[in-house]
Design a protein around this ligand. Structure first.
Ligand SMILES: [Mg+2]
Length: 369
């Protein structure tokens, strides 16, 4: 008798961006990855997304597709519990985006078998998960470069109900960033939280000077990645010596780096990208460890598509947190020109989780609404 086999399909996923994404490596007109569907004998389908971002340490798109196809051809049926997924996914250890897709599809299938939304399934079965929140706050991502554009965009986001606004800083003279922040603060008032992201654009001394100036107006909750990814000692040198919390984002991209950041106490907050960390469960384990150490964490997209962002919302709903939960970075659908209708669009600054089993998304191949 032949051993039972995994039933799966793998389809290319292309998401066109409204504006090209410029990175140090390349300019992208679209995000390109894979959608994995796993089926069980009763006709249930679990979906998982792989959206590689090599700039953040994942494999590239071709390697991701090869890894998934290779793994799916040899894998057995989906295990019954989250705790049994580790060995089953071991062949994908070196391909985090592929591992994310396979783990997500398996978790969704498990949740469907139990008739539970993914967050409820995780809360009851995954170590470290807390009781699920019905909604998760999300930050607005502002793109304006001039003070005027940023102020107008910030005012619009606050009117829509966002209470945390994220702004990219660094990569321009400090005086310009100071004027941008002043204009934004003036437009949105003192009660809105501002989140900065330097994407590694400063050195330690530059970050000290910049954050002292940018935080002078108050209300800056944290700065993501003030110094380059590899400079973990630099991050640690800033923590507690700048007027806002220090967030580690790109620093978590290399294998094992997140544990090193935690062990060194190099950040106040971990910025968790499940796509980069190899799945929802590794991200959950890091958040639990961060909370034990009195550190914060929140979930963000790696410019993922709707399936991965839905998984991120369920993860954020059960994420253990130290203190008040931070806003998640999952409100990026507006960056895509072909974003479909789905239940995870933010409403008044929060994503409200559908109570349907699994992800509550249309199955692959269903007609677009
Ligand atoms: Mg970031």
């Amino acid at each position: 008798v032949a051993p039972p086999r995994l039933a799966s399909t793998l389809a290319p996923l292309v998401l066109r961006l409204r504006h090209p994404l410029v990175t140090a490596r390349a300019t992208y007109a679209a995000r390109e990855g894979w959608l994995l569907a796993l089926r069980d004998g009763e006709g249930r389908v679990g979906q998982g997304e792989a959206m590689p971002l090599p700039e953040f340490g994942t494999e590239d798109r071709a390697a991701c597709g090869e890894a998934l196809a290779h793994w799916a051809a040899a894998a057995g049926p989906v295990p019954e519990t989250p705790g049994a997924l580790g060995p089953w996914l071991a062949p994908l250890e070196a391909a985090p985006a592929a591992r994310h897709a396979a783990e997500q599809a398996a978790l969704v299938l498990q949740a469907l078998r139990h008739g539970l939304p993914l967050a409820r399934w995780l809360a009851g079965s995954a170590p470290g998960a807390r009781a699920p929140r019905d909604a998760v706050a999300v930050n607005a991502l502002l793109a304006g470069t001039t003070p005027e554009a940023l102020a107008a965009e910030g005012a619009r986001a606050v009117a829509e109900g966002f209470s945390t606004l994220k702004v990219k800083v660094a990569g321009r003279p400090l005086a310009e960033d100071v004027r941008r922040l002043e204009a934004l603060r003036g437009a949105v008032g003192p009660s809105v939280r501002l989140r900065l992201d330097a994407n590694g654009g400063w050195g330690v001394e530059g970050a000290r000077e910049a954050l002292a100036a940018l935080c002078a107006g108050g209300g800056v909750e944290l700065c993501e990645q003030p110094v380059p990814a590899a400079d973990v000692p630099g991050l640690a040198a800033l923590r507690g010596r700048v007027p806002c919390a220090v967030g580690a984002d790109e620093a978590l991209g290399a294998p094992g780096a997140a544990r090193a950041v935690l062990a060194a106490g190099a950040a106040d907050v971990l910025v968790l990208k499940p796509m980069v960390l190899g799945g929802l469960l590794p991200a959950l384990a890091l958040a639990a460890e961060a909370a034990r150490r009195g550190l914060g964490a929140f979930v963000t997209s790696a410019l993922d598509g709707p399936v991965a962002r839905a998984g991120g919302a369920h993860l954020m709903a059960v994420l253990p947190t130290h203190g008040e939960p931070l806003a998640a970075g999952l409100a990026v659908g507006h960056l895509f020109s072909d974003e479909p209708a789905h239940p995870y669009h933010p409403l008044r600054g929060a994503v409200h989780l559908p109570q349907a089993a699994g992800l509550g998304l249309a199955p692959p191949g269903a007609p677009a609404r």
